[in-house]
Design a protein around this ligand. Structure first.
Ligand SMILES: [Zn+2]
Ligand SMILES: [Zn+2]
Length: 338
């Protein structure tokens, strides 16, 4: 598969000399699976153009690291390897002890686990390196799986981002369909029906986009999974649907919807913002926006329903001044003494 290189013109340092040698080294590097040692890159470049010296390749590699095009990785072999970092999402590695090839993945569950522990230890993490060594499928069974190389990484990433978005949309559709069936308040019911309709429409759009993506690469569906977003992939709304099944009133149904949309919006926004520029990033950010619209609508409806019922938060309204929580009164009096 031959895809155009990303804006190499822009990658050149300001005032940097146009160098066809540098361009050739750069394009050889970006087209590879990544994780090349400097010697690997030398061999590849010199196969195409024996006129390029080793020193030039090493120099260019250093420049690429400085310019944010390449990232240095250490697989414990006593020498560094280099992988493309420009528009390449951060990731973890499986490294095969036999063939020394590596494959990449990203797991939101590992990341949030690490964040949770770091928070508990008051540690500010700068970088998480996860490297798992072992034996790859090909070395173990002789069966080669479809590779993910420099040309296909972006497609695989977009494919997985779409899969996560589609799973979320599906679980949302199920949730709103169920909620519409359960809600007795006519206006509340029509809101759930409207949202179910929107989820169905978005689902259609996402599936079409997925089909277009797959059409770009006949092997795309068989390439290994890159994004492991277990929680989201199982559907952020699945838990909410389960709660609905246990029996809830109209207000509770809306609250569960709000909780799910908020979680979904936060999840897609947070990851979308952290990803490198890519179609996968776009997919996440667009999805986050859609979820925000749903969230706002639900919050609005929750308030409106509360007003129709006459007491949105009975617990608070019932309490007079004398019954306000002690900490609230304490805060007031300390404010007065200041
Ligand atoms: Zn192997
Ligand atoms: Zn890598």
């Amino acid at each position: 598969m031959d895809r155009p290189l990303p804006d190499i013109e822009r990658l050149r340092p300001a005032g940097g000399k146009r160098s066809s040698k540098r361009d050739r080294i750069l394009s050889t590097f970006v087209r590879q699976e990544g994780h090349l040692s400097a010697d690997d890159l030398c061999d590849l470049v010199r196969k195409e153009d024996p006129g390029i010296g080793r020193a030039t390749v090493y120099r260019t590699l250093q420049w690429m690291v400085g310019a944010g095009i390449a990232r240095k990785v250490d697989f414990g072999e006593g020498r560094s390897r280099f992988e493309p970092s420009y528009r390449h999402p951060r990731h973890f590695h499986f490294v095969c002890n036999t063939c020394h090839r590596s494959s990449e993945f990203l797991s939101s569950d590992i990341e949030s686990f690490v964040e949770e522990i770091a928070l508990a230890r008051s540690f500010t993490p700068a970088q998480t390196v996860v490297q798992i060594t072992g034996t790859c499928e090909e070395c173990r069974t002789g069966r080669a799986s479809a590779p993910v190389d420099g040309a296909t990484t972006a497609l695989v990433f977009a494919r997985d981002a779409l899969r996560v978005a589609i799973a979320t949309e599906r679980s949302g559709l199920e949730f709103y369909t169920r909620a519409a069936g359960l809600t007795s308040d006519a206006r509340g019911r029509s809101v759930f029906q409207k949202l179910a309709g929107e989820e169905r429409e978005h689902l259609g759009t996402l599936e079409k986009r997925y089909a277009e993506l797959v059409a770009q690469d006949p092997l795309l569906e068989s390439r290994p999974t890159f994004l492991f977003f277990k929680g989201a992939a199982h559907g952020i709304f699945a838990e909410g649907t389960e709660t609905l099944g246990r029996g809830v009133d109209d207000q509770q149904a809306l609250l569960i919807g709000i909780k799910c949309e908020r979680r979904s919006h936060k999840f897609f926004k947070r990851y979308g913002e952290r990803f490198e520029d890519s179609e996968g990033k776009q997919i996440f950010l667009e999805f986050a926006d859609e979820e925000k619209v749903h969230l706002d609508l639900l919050i609005h409806e929750y308030r409106a329903l509360g007003e129709r019922l006459g007491s949105p938060k009975p617990a608070r309204r019932a309490h007079g001044k004398a019954h306000r929580p002690v900490h609230a009164r304490r805060r007031e009096s300390s404010a007065r003494t200041r």
